[in-house]
Design a protein around this ligand. Structure first.
Ligand code: GDP
Length: 463
């Protein structure tokens, strides 16, 4: 059995760091280390207390390879619930690799990416949603992503799901018992009670489902589409926000032919995924036409649209078309090139966009950076509102969780329909079971090996 093997990997990034850590997990982790480690105090690790640190040398064939600190943690109170040893050695790639090789020659196997966390899951220390949170913490690129992942790691999603599953199971077992033993257990009034419960569970699940968008935004960033007619200043805006020359800025209309993506971190710690789009206008050029289609597609995916309007050119038919295209979305209108307009009045611009009258309008100059501060503040207040309370709330951060919850809601709805149609009670149990299993998938109960393997592949080595 694969899990019986002792695994090892370098747990730190390779390079010129001060120290590296080699992590070993499994039944033989301590005995393997005893074979290659000479403690300064001559003590054998196997007889040492758990969660202790030992100073000494890694040896091979009588030679000292490195001066190290060895941490021993005995099962079951460890990350993987197995024996774990961590060797802190000097940080060079050469010495770290050499120690890893010695560990492997003495009986360990090189760990696959994510295998330590996979063992934590298989040994029941983490559920699947917590294991995913570990991946998310490693990949977190902003403060909110980190906060929401930490919440998930602490098990709040798991607790919520387990609580709901327990209630469903209670009804299911009562139903099964009654169907098995109708003489002693009576189902009078059961349907009514079950209906009420289904209503209650569905409300809770829908509430969870409604957090999926915020959860994704926290994890990945606000998907932001930049739109405007050619030459309005979209690439200049992208460059200004990204702080580097990413898109090519030229004075020829229609040079942005593809959708570029750039992730930036706003001051408050929220990420934006900026999508620079080709200017949406009627074009006969084939390449540009493809760009325009892509731009339209990115509008549908966007959480936020930044509409760049060139105030030096005035309002055109193209601006009108764009305004119609985006009226259903959260929009900020940037009144760009304000530096070229000596006299202007915000109200003049307001009346130009009657169908976007509620949209925020910011006098802007992508060239001079005018309005940048205000733009950043606006975005933060649109998406960050109440983010501090995210601490105690549960957010669905993954499409996988969202899908399972949708399936559970559908199954519960099917039970409700069966009740409404006065179907016999045994009909309820199949759909109730489906709802129970759908929720189980979130925490990793009854999930296929393939899915588990796919999830753990997202990890880096040594985790
Ligand atoms: P895009 O086609 O919408 O991506 O527009 P670009 O970003 O390529 O800009 C077109 C031209 O307008 C370039 O020459 C920019 O330097 C210029 N431009 C962009 N924003 C401003 C601005 O705020 N003020 C001025 N004066 N020129 C700008």
């Amino acid at each position: 059995m694969k899990q019986k093997e002792t695994i090892a990997a370098i747990a730190t990034a390779m390079g010129t760091a001060g120290i590296s850590i080699i992590r070993i997990s499994g039944k033989d982790a301590i005995s393997i280390t005893d074979r290659i480690f000479k403690a300064k105090n001559q003590k054998c690790l196997a007889f040492s207390k758990s969660h202790t640190i030992h100073y000494g040398y890694i040896m091979e064939e009588g030679y000292k390879i490195d001066e190290v600190l060895v941490l021993i943690m005995k099962a079951p109170n460890t990350y993987t619930k197995e024996n774990i040893v961590e060797i802190d050695c000097h940080g060079g790639a050469m010495v770290t690799n050499r120690i890893l090789q010695v560990v492997i020659r003495n009986g360990a196997r090189l760990a696959e990416p994510g295998e330590f966390t996979k063992r934590a899951f298989l040994n029941g220390r983490l559920d699947l949603s917590q294991a995913e949170a570990v991946i998310d913490i490693i990949h977190a690129e902003n403060e909110y992503a980190l906060q929401s992942s930490m919440q998930q790691l602490s098990g709040n999603l798991r607790r919520k799901i387990e609580e709901l599953r327990k209630q469903i199971l209670l009804e299911l077992s009562f139903l099964e018992a009654a169907l098995d033993d109708p003489e002693h257990i009576c189902l009078d009034g059961f349907s009514e009670k079950l209906s009420e419960n289904i209503e209650k569970w569905s409300i809770e699940l829908k509430k969870l489902l409604s957090t999926a968008d915020t959860g994704r935004i926290l994890r990945e960033g606000v998907k932001t589409a930049i739109i405007g007619k050619p030459n309005a200043g979209k690439s200049s805006l992208l460059n200004l926000l990204a702080g580097q020359e990413r898109a090519i800025v030229t004075e020829i209309a229609g040079t942005t032919r593809d959708v570029l993506e750039e992730q930036i971190l706003l001051q408050g710690g929220l990420s934006l995924i900026l999508m620079d789009t080709a200017g949406i206008h009627n074009s006969s050029d084939q390449v540009e036409k493809i760009g325009i289609e892509k731009a339209k597609a990115s509008l549908y995916q966007a959480d936020l649209i930044l509409f760049v309007f060139d105030v030096s050119k005035g309002f055109s038919e193209e601006d009108k078309q764009i305004a119609e295209l985006i009226e259903q979305k959260p929009v900020i209108i940037l009144l760009n090139k304000i530096d070229l307009k000596e006299e202007w009045n915000l109200e003049d611009f307001e009346i130009k966009f009657p169908n976007l009258k509620d949209a925020v309008k910011i006098p802007f100059s992508a060239k001079k950076g005018i309005g940048l501060e205000q733009l950043q503040q606006r975005i933060l207040s649109m998406f960050y509102q109440g983010a501090v309370s995210y601490n105690n709330e549960i957010f669905l951060t993954r499409a996988r969780h969202k899908e399972s919850i949708e399936n559970a809601i559908n199954s519960l709805f099917a039970v409700k329909e069966s009740i409404a149609c006065h179907m016999p009670e045994d009909f309820f149990s199949i759909d109730l079971m489906d709802a129970y299993e759908a929720l189980g998938k979130i925490i990793g109960e009854a999930v296929e090996d393939d899915l588990v393997n796919t999830i753990f592949k997202e990890f880096c080595m040594g985790k």
